[in-house]
Design a binder for this molecule. Structure first.
Ligand SMILES: C[S@@+](CC[C@H](N)C(=O)[O-])C[C@H]1O[C@@H](n2cnc3c(N)ncnc32)[C@H](O)[C@@H]1O
Length: 230
């Protein structure tokens, strides 16, 4: 009897800390997130302490904590190793991406056009102890992306202000599309909260025909995940 009760408790615990994530082959996988503190590396301990301390203090259009977690889970579940972020701001999402990269052994390049936000992001990365995982560049993503030599298996697009929001959404994808490997996820923020695209981006994706898209609905802003399938 005792054994059955313990098995049910453990099962419930795993259920609470598990999420359904799309993986490289487009199948859904239930991924258990280990929140057990004593399994954290010193790097993770420092970064999570920073994220938790600042959880409600981000004021520069940063993603909510929960959306950072979603991005983290997606990267770890797919073992992505080469990430690009468009729109660093002061670096909240970047720190989540960097933490995921610490797990998979990858690196993240992040781009920000505003100098003061870029500088604040650099200070935040240092305080969170993740600077070595991040190549943070100051400048216009439309100018920087064509100069990047690497290919990417993960992109987080979170910049809308450079051109009109709608143009920006599609144009950012156009600028990076040739650098995305098959199996890569192109993710975009603000797809259901009215700040983002009016449908042009998704119509463009449909026309391309080689992406499979789903939306993470648990995110209040909406995160789209478009997986390159061929
Ligand atoms: C929504 S904020 C990013 C928030 C950030 N991802 C976070 O969660 O912490 C968008 C940022 O994109 C930047 N941005 C807009 N257009 C850009 C461009 N063409 N190149 C680089 N950054 C750009 C803005 O300056 C702004 O700081």
């Amino acid at each position: 009897m005792k054994v059955i009760i313990i098995a049910i408790l453990v099962g419930n615990l795993l259920f609470c800390f598990s999420e359904n994530i799309y993986t490289k082959d487009n199948s859904m996988k239930t991924y258990a997130i280990d929140h057990s503190e004593n399994l954290l590396s010193p790097l993770e301990e420092k970064a999570f302490a920073f994220l938790n301390k600042n959880r409600s203090k981000w004021t520069d259009w940063n993603v909510p904590y929960e959306d950072g977690q979603e991005l983290y889970n997606l990267i770890v579940a797919n073992d992505y190793k080469s990430a690009l972020e468009i729109g660093t701001s002061t670096g909240h999402s970047t720190i989540w991406l960097a933490l995921a990269m610490a797990k998979t052994g990858g690196k993240v390049i992040t781009l920000e056009i505003d100098e003061s936000r870029h500088k604040q992001a650099l200070r935040n990365f240092a305080e969170a102890g993740v600077s070595h995982l991040i190549d943070a560049r100051l400048g216009d993503a439309f100018k920087i992306i064509p100069t990047l030599k690497s290919n990417f298996d993960f992109v987080f697009s979170d910049a809308t202000s450079a051109r009109s929001a709608n143009e920006g959404y599609t144009d950012f994808l156009k600028s990076v599309e040739s650098k995305l490997i098959v199996g890569a996820s192109y993710t975009m923020h603000n797809v259901t909260d009215g700040y983002g695209d009016d449908g042009r981006f998704f119509r463009y994706l449909e026309k391309l025909g080689n992406y499979k898209t789903h939306i993470i609905k648990s995110s209040s802003a909406g995160i789209s995940v478009s997986k390159k399938i061929k």
